[in-house]
Write a protein that binds this ligand. Sequence first.
Ligand code: ZN
Length: 214
Amino acid sequence: MALPSDHAPLAERVEELLAAGGPLPIVSAGDPVLRRGTEPFEGQLEPALLARFVEALRATMHAAPGVGVAAPQVGVELRIAVIEDPAPVPDEVRVVRGRVPQPFRVLVNPAYEPVGEGRAAFFEGCLSVPGWQAVVARHASVRLTGQDEHGRAVDEVFTGWPARIVQHETDHLDGLLYLDRAELRSLSSNEAMAERWAQPTPDEASAALGFELP
Ligand code: ZN
């Protein structure tokens, strides 16, 4: 008897996903795969398959569009994520949020720890929670350790918006969604964001919606 596909070995599951071609379907909040956490990557995918999977994650991120995608968001319970942010924002936003361009990176077995005491609170969203954004206070700077897609060790400090992206994507690999860390009173639809909360900081939203900023 055939096993259901979501119980197939990871490599088979990834082959199935890639067989469809194009961007991968993104699972939405409510799917347990987003809550189960992930296995460390230890060669479960052969190098050629890993390369194809990473390329598919990248295409999925571009198509969404988003600035990061974690493997569980396409239903794969492996500790792998991709990030990339061209940061197409006005200068005043770039300066206040530290949203500098982040080149494409593959995070394999990432973990982070805070660097210093600084916190930064801004609206963020998630491809698995479409249509909504909320303010999350995160470490302003983090040290990221892990590997890249070639198995080389990574040990690097991220600050500003790239630090936010790294924390968001690494959290996915631990079964966490940004809403777990968010100020829930800040929860805003994309429409409300566009109409009301496009300012560089969430200060006005904090006053109007009644939530704390660090
Ligand atoms: Zn997300």
